[in-house]
Design a binder for this molecule. Structure first.
Ligand SMILES: NC(=O)c1ccc[n+]([C@@H]2O[C@H](COP(=O)([O-])OP(=O)(O)OC[C@H]3O[C@@H](n4cnc5c(N)ncnc54)[C@H](O)[C@@H]3O)[C@@H](O)[C@H]2O)c1
Length: 432
């Protein structure tokens, strides 16, 4: 049976490498589609939890994971022993920035080395990790070909960007169109056929590089538009205008405008990181990606702007930041999720700590938080706790927050999300 037939009949054995926010939902989806799946992660604790049916990502409930684990359709491993048996490999490892702000593709390269030494012929390898244009064709494929397999003949390689939006109840893996670019027509058709078994709409593009660039356009678009509206918020402040009124009014235009809202900065594994992959690549061809740089600067400076607002709020009460009791509401990078990676809350906390503030936080999704080696724990959100604070700073508007009772108990609120809209509240509110 050839690879195409194995995919069509669900007899292809799948390996998902990297079982995080991207890889675990994908592994579960493949298992539910009828494939036998091995999940591979270097984190042995994570592997043990998955094999006990305990989910490691919020979007996959324990019961959903436990069902595919109990059926032996998904098994997790902390080693690569099963790679020589698999027909399809999907790589979902991290692609962070290194200390100097350049792309760190070492996780992809580490996986590439293992695959090079272990793949069998007639195998499809798809990279899903967000990366700079050219990674799949110029870096990964040549490494895999060192095995003696030949791309387009007995090794099929493609890139398909992951678009998962953790915490999004409406759009999930299956109903978000999947862009796929294969190196050769055969790589393309096998990758498309594979994704069609788990995703409603697959969008083929001409090459892996086009697929890589598509993802970077999407995330750069978000970074630039968030930066634009963040700068608009600063401009409105200087002109004595309310940005939230203006954003809502502009959003009534039925065409040619897409609503973005300002905030305390950008967070997560994607928006603060991915555009730098693109600007780094452009530097190699002597081009300075100006929009990316400017957007990155504006978004990175928003926490400083928030701290200035806190200073203003305390100042109005004749208080200094030094020694002030400040409660941060929400430390996850966006509402209703537990992910604090690159969250602007961390920058705001660090900046306030440097100025001597006494810091506390509440986040129903993040019970504890490591800050400069110290473990902070989420405070219960009682009226007594709130009223004991000199200032409450709203960073993440989780849907579980009761803004009316928060505003009733607080003295002063710095609201970076326009969350506290109850004008009858006794607290004084400083908005972004
Ligand atoms: N999180 C998102 O919302 C999102 C959305 C779209 C794209 N992406 C991209 O997807 C990729 C993965 O992101 P994520 O959020 O799932 O990361 P994650 O950190 O949640 O998961 C990555 C997993 O890979 C494992 N890992 C690292 N090196 C490994 C190796 N050599 N072999 C096996 N496992 C290894 C880690 O232990 C971790 O469990 C990144 O490129 C990211 O930019 C993420």
């Amino acid at each position: 049976m050839n690879l195409s037939e194995k995919i069509q009949t669900r007899q292809a054995k799948i390996a998902v490498i990297g079982l995080g926010y991207v890889g675990l939902p994908l592994a579960v989806a493949c298992s539910e589609a009828g494939f036998s799946v091995v999940g591979i992660d270097v984190n042995a604790k994570k592997v043990a939890r998955i094999n006990r049916g305990e989910s490691v990502v919020q979007d996959i409930p324990d019961a959903q994971l436990a069902a595919v684990v109990a059926d032996n359709r998904l098994q997790a491993f902390a080693d690569y022993a099963h790679i020589p048996d698999v027909d399809v490999v999907i790589i979902c490892v991290p692609t962070p920035l290194n200390k100097s702000g350049d792309p760190d593709v070492s996780y992809i390269l580490a996986v590439g080395e293992v695959l090079r030494d272990n793949l069998k012929p007639d195998v499809l390898v798809v990279l899903e990790s967000t990366t700079f244009p050219g990674t799949t064709e110029d870096l990964l494929a040549p490494m895999l070909e060192e095995s003696g397999l030949k791309v387009g003949e007995d090794l099929f390689v493609a890139f398909s960007p992951e678009r998962i939006d953790p915490g999004n109840a409406r759009y999930h893996l299956q109903n978000v169109p999947k862009v796929v670019g294969g190196i050769t027509p055969m790589c393309q058709s096998l990758a498309v056929a594979f994704y069609q078994t788990i995703i409603e709409r697959v969008v083929p593009v001409s090459s892996p590089m086009a697929a890589e660039m598509t993802k970077l356009l999407e995330n750069t678009f978000r970074s630039v538009n968030i930066a634009l509206v963040n700068e608009m918020a600063i401009m409105c402040d200087k002109l004595g205008l309310n940005i939230w009124e203006i954003v809502d009014a502009a959003a009534t235009k039925p065409y040619g405008y897409m609503k973005f809202v300002p905030g305390p900065g950008v967070g997560g594994h994607c928006i603060p990181v991915d555009p730098h992959y693109l600007s780094w690549k452009l530097k190699q061809v002597n081009y300075n990606a100006r929009f990316i740089q400017l957007a990155g600067e504006i978004n990175a400076e928003m926490p400083i702007y928030v701290v200035d607002k806190v200073v203003d709020a305390l100042n109005a009460d004749r208080k200094a930041v030094n020694g002030a009791r400040i409660l941060m509401l929400g430390v996850a990078y966006k509402p209703d999720i537990d992910d604090v990676r690159e969250s602007p809350a961390l920058d705001v906390l660090r900046l306030l700590e440097l100025r001597g503030a006494e810091l506390y936080y509440n986040d129903p999704f993040v019970p504890s938080l490591k800050m400069n080696g110290t473990l902070m724990t989420s405070l219960p959100l009682t009226p007594d706790v709130i009223s004991s604070m000199d200032c409450v700073v709203v960073i993440t508007a989780h849907s579980t927050y009761d803004w009316t009772s928060i505003a009733a108990a607080a003295k002063v609120i710095v609201d970076t999300r326009n969350a506290v809209t109850d004008t009858g509240a006794s607290a004084r509110i400083f908005r972004l």
